[in-house]
Design a protein around this ligand. Structure first.
Ligand SMILES: NC(=O)c1ccc[n+]([C@@H]2O[C@H](COP(=O)([O-])OP(=O)(O)OC[C@H]3O[C@@H](n4cnc5c(N)ncnc54)[C@H](O)[C@@H]3O)[C@@H](O)[C@H]2O)c1
Length: 423
């Protein structure tokens, strides 16, 4: 089956151009939708057969389209996904999937009602190291998992203003909560891989969370450096609803703790996929910067022991141990023969050629397979809304001075609606 796909939101969507080229026979680009004349013209140039829509509502009425990839500004995702599903289209949604709990409930209900395929395009779950660590975690290499960290640190201040000096959606234009509001506005790149390692929504679930945020300081520095003197956004007060850095803690039902950091304002080199994982027989830490090898230590396999008890000879330790060397990290890639994910073994070259570290390729590959009925969507609507719900909940956490808040279980067999919501 070839899925006839429309791309809505032609900027991020254009990153998938190469990806789609590599998936011939599985997915065919049938249409693009963007209100910008310039963006539509860029897409249709040299492609006489490509349909171009300026309005999403018209796009979803096209009977020659099977599925829509929603890559529009973040606050539009859920509403457009609902419109597309209700018009009979399968949906691949960019992150995050929903910005309010109401949207989360509406998405799960609509996917259940329509029976259509819905998947969130969380490409960080498909990075080579994330998939290999998942494979290792699922095979018990790290033992009983207890703790994980994730951080998305990406100075996006250059995306805050349009050329006419109005604010973009990332800069808070249009009002409402944004990626940089006082909460964790972009949790899924950090949380997605961790949730898969821990089996969230399968063997474990997210139970409660809190978020603390810093004041906004770097944003107004940037505003003062790029805007004319006297512009309203050069004033500190213009950024009082924003944060530079948010830290989220999540507790799971199995007694694990997840710590997330999201920072899209502080000046420093990017690190968009900083992760670590701790279990009772090993640990993983990602590279601190592009090009640094991710590392693991696996009890009984990697060099050294933990604890190594130097200087504590009167304390309990295994009999017969002499001088023991302390534990030492080793490159994750030392384990690739045994634990490389089959996707990366078979299709890694193709994925890397498609760009963006390979993740975008596997997102589209799995979406096509899910629409064709070969697999269930690996990041289904329940994962999408559970991970995304951290955004609205974190905003509320901050309003309540950090008081923890329960995370809803959206799965049908466990779903409980807050008083006054849902059926
Ligand atoms: N997964 C990733 O690695 C990744 C990377 C970049 C962006 N994103 C996500 O992709 C989305 C888009 O990001 P971006 O950087 O392209 O944003 P952008 O603001 O640069 O571009 C958004 C595009 O959507 C178009 N648009 C606006 N309203 C629309 C509508 N109603 N219907 C159709 N198109 C519309 C705009 O004209 C513009 O071309 C965001 O949600 C962002 O978070 C994800």
């Amino acid at each position: 089956m070839t899925v006839r796909l429309a791309v809505a939101g032609g900027n991020r969507g254009s990153r998938f151009d190469q990806v789609l080229g590599g998936l011939e026979g599985q997915i065919e680009l049938a249409a693009v939708c963007d209100p910008s004349d310039r963006v539509r013209a860029e897409w249709t140039e040299g492609r006489p057969g490509l349909k171009a829509y300026s309005a999403f509502e018209d796009l979803v009425e096209d009977p020659e389209i099977d599925a829509v990839f929603i890559a529009t500004p973040m606050l539009l995702h859920a509403g457009q996904a609902l419109t597309a599903l209700n018009a009979g289209k399968h949906v691949l949604s960019e992150v995050i999937a929903a910005a309010t709990l109401d949207e989360c409930y509406a998405l799960v209900e609509t996917v259940e009602k329509t029976g259509l395929t819905y998947m969130m395009a969380e490409n960080y779950c498909y990075r080579r190291e994330a998939m290999m660590v998942r494979n290792m975690a699922e095979q018990g290499v790290f033992g009983d998992l207890t703790y994980a960290e994730g951080a998305y640190i990406h100075d996006c201040r250059d995306l805050m203003f349009n050329t006419d000096l109005t604010r973009t959606w990332r800069g808070g234009g249009g009002g409402g909560n944004t990626q940089s509001s006082r909460g964790n506005g972009y949790p899924t790149h950090s949380l997605g891989p961790i949730a898969q390692w821990l089996g969230i929504n399968r063997d474990d679930r997210l139970v409660r969370t809190t978020t603390f945020v810093t004041k906004s300081a770097a944003r107004q520095d940037w505003a003062r450096s790029v805007l004319p003197e006297g512009h309203v956004d050069t004033k500190d007060a213009a950024w009082s609803d924003f944060t530079d850095s948010a830290t989220t803690l999540i507790e799971t039902e199995q007694g694990r703790v997840i710590c997330l950091r999201k920072d899209s304002a502080s000046p420093r080199p990017h690190n968009m996929a900083l992760h670590s994982l701790q279990g009772t027989s090993g640990a993983y830490i990602s590279g601190r910067f592009d090009g640094e090898s991710p590392l693991v230590w696996v009890d009984g396999v990697s060099p050294g022991v933990s604890p190594h008890n130097f200087g504590y000879r009167d304390k309990a330790r295994p009999a017969g141990d002499g001088d023991l060397a302390g534990a030492e990290w080793q490159p994750l890639w030392d384990f690739s023969d045994e634990y490389e994910h089959p996707y990366w073994k078979q299709l890694g070259g193709e994925a890397v050629r498609a760009g963006h570290g390979g993740g975008d390729y596997f997102v589209m590959y799995d979406f096509a397979r899910a629409v064709a009925g070969e697999i269930d969507p690996p990041i289904d609507v329940y994962d999408a809304v559970t991970w995304s719900s951290i955004f609205p909940i974190s905003i509320e956490n901050v309003k309540r001075n950090g008081a923890p808040i329960d995370i809803p279980d959206f799965r049908p067999e466990h779903r409980i609606y807050p008083a006054g919501e849902g059926q």
